[in-house]
Design a protein around this ligand. Structure first.
Ligand code: GYE
Length: 362
């Protein structure tokens, strides 16, 4: 934190200088008053974002920009890492040179952050991790993290699949799954893959293949085309985000097959994560995507609250997690029990627009 105080003093001096410079001419040529005091001190935040790979990411970027806006007292320096850690590391080094007040990092993958985060720490700049995690030798290298519990999301999907197969009388050996993974090494991929693999082992499902789809529609379509040629018996496609689900659905339909939950009659079930995109939720209503574990991207106000707490000299929780829903149009499963906690299943809105609250079952 050592440079922080210095930065503040510097900002105050700059403010005073500005005020002196403007003191004799505080009206613009049009006679409009120029406000030189209140606006001067903004909290400068450098935000290194992963990229723009998905609808989730775009919603996240928008949320961050809205919360850390000039109107809210922030000067936001936004850097798009274009999916490359090297770009993100370069951005963080630039933020350090710019002597920003806070660095917010949405890391593309978990490993390899120790050195640059140590540099930020040495410069006294607090680092807030948002969304995916960093895997560092010492947690003191970042101030706090806000994001989702990705493995919990996966456990919900796995539990839903388990309930469904039981209700339909489909034996575990008949469950032939392919996993289109997210960006390899990203926390969301690691958690979602682990949740599926553990369940496949526990329930004895046939997990045919796991292939990265980079969280994009185009890559997923390509991957799914290959998988359909390789395996004739796929009946569940586990997509680690909705954009991948769109790509997989395109490939399935282009191959002349039908997506849906009636796998006994040859449909291919698609399950997914996020629930951000309207089309994805619409697909749940139509049964094209059978279920979605929600992943909430609206971290902007959460990061803003963390910064405000730090500004007030408070110590926020090191890790904060977001509550998330689970969507499916299949009415016979209204809740899911995961690790002793019961989570309701949210049914999408009916055509009349009335929300269908799942009935409590014991
Ligand atoms: O699910 C996916 C995005 O890390 C939670 O990244 C995020 C994931 C999200 O590209 O759509």
């Amino acid at each position: 934190m050592k440079n922080r105080g210095f930065n503040k003093i510097k900002s105050i001096l700059v403010c005073m200088l500005c005020m002196l410079m403007w003191s004799g001419c505080n009206a613009s040529p049009g006679g409009e008053h120029i406000n030189t005091t209140a606006d001067e001190r903004k909290i400068v935040v450098g935000f290194s974002q992963v990229g723009a790979e998905s609808d989730w990411r775009n919603a996240n970027t928008e949320s961050m920009k809205n919360a850390l806006s000039s109107a809210n007292g922030y000067a936001l320096i936004y850097e798009d890492g274009q999916q490359k850690q090297a770009n993100q590391i370069r951005a963080i080094r630039t933020f350090i040179q710019q002597e920003v007040d806070y660095i917010v990092l949405a890391p593309v993958t978990e490993n390899g952050w120790d050195t640059v985060l140590q540099e930020a720490k040495d410069a006294g700049i607090p680092v807030i991790i948002v969304d995916r995690m960093v895997n560092v030798s010492d947690d003191a290298l970042f101030t706090c993290r806000v994001g989702s519990d990705f493995e919990l999301e996966a456990k919900k999907v796995a539990e839903w699949l388990n309930c469904y197969m039981e209700l339909q009388g489909i034996s575990p050996k008949e469950v032939h799954i392919v996993n289109i993974q997210g960006t390899l090494g990203a926390t969301s991929q690691i958690g979602r893959t682990k949740g599926l693999e553990d369940a496949a082992k526990a329930y004895d499902w046939d997990l045919l293949a796991e292939v990265p789809g980079d969280y994009t529609q185009a890559k997923s379509r390509e991957v799914m085309e290959g998988l359909l040629k390789q395996f004739a018996n796929i009946n569940v496609v586990y997509c680690e985000n909705d954009n991948e689900a769109f790509g997989a659905i395109e490939a399935i339909e282009a191959a002349g097959k039908t997506v849906g939950s009636d796998i006994k009659n040859g449909e291919i079930m698609v399950v997914s994560f996020d629930g951000v995109n309207e089309k994805a939720v619409q697909y749940v209503t139509e049964g094209k995507i059978t279920c979605i574990a929600e992943c909430n991207p609206l971290h902007g106000p959460r990061v803003q609250a963390l910064i405000e707490a730090l500004e007030a000299g408070e110590t926020p929780e090191k890790f904060s997690y977001v509550d998330e829903q689970f969507f499916s149009a299949y009415r016979d499963i209204s809740e899911l029990k995961v690790d002793g906690t019961v989570y309701p299943v949210t049914f999408p809105q009916t055509e009349e627009g009335t929300e269908c609250i799942p009935e409590e079952t014991e």
